[in-house]
Design a protein around this ligand. Structure first.
Ligand code: CMP
Length: 132
């Protein structure tokens, strides 16, 4: 078993898609091990996305991520990180494979509904960020 971290972003929480996302995760045989709904501050959003410092989309991303509640979910499954990246699809919903979560509910490259850790190392960092 390995762990990964998923965030349901403000565009999805605002459209009442929390249950839909969790249902998709459970159908894909993920175990929810920890979960919380929270409001990110600007400081915490910048910390979470520090890897994108200097990118042209960072300010807008921080503004979006602080525009409403998010849900942080710690998940467990064999091959958790890789399988979850496949389940959510490409960053840009317009390019996400048919049937992936972002293809299904994502709005645009910023408001792409969900975030998932991209490596086991980042999963551990992101798990610690939200759950200590
Ligand atoms: P996420 O997987 O959370 O990682 C970084 C986020 O930045 C990404 O999803 C999008 O919400 C947002 N973003 C906006 N523009 C871009 C872009 N051009 N490339 C990558 N990420 C972007």
């Amino acid at each position: 078993m390995s762990k990964t971290l998923l965030m349901i972003k403000p565009d999805a929480t605002k459209r009442n898609l929390i249950g839909h996302v969790i249902s998709r995760l459970e159908k894909a045989r993920y175990n929810v091990v920890e979960m919380k709904m929270l409001q990110l501050t600007e400081e915490r959003a910048r910390q979470f996305y520090a890897v994108h410092e200097g990118k042209p989309f960072l300010d807008s991303l921080v503004s979006f991520m602080t525009s409403g509640p998010i849900v942080a979910i710690a998940l467990e499954k064999e091959n958790a990180v890789e399988d979850l990246r496949a389940l959510i699809g490409a960053t840009d919903p317009g390019k996400a494979a048919c049937g992936t979560l972002r293809d299904e509910i994502g709005l645009d490259i910023e408001k792409n509904s969900v975030h998932a850790s991209d490596s086991d190392e980042n999963a551990a960092i992101e798990f610690a960020f939200h759950f200590g």
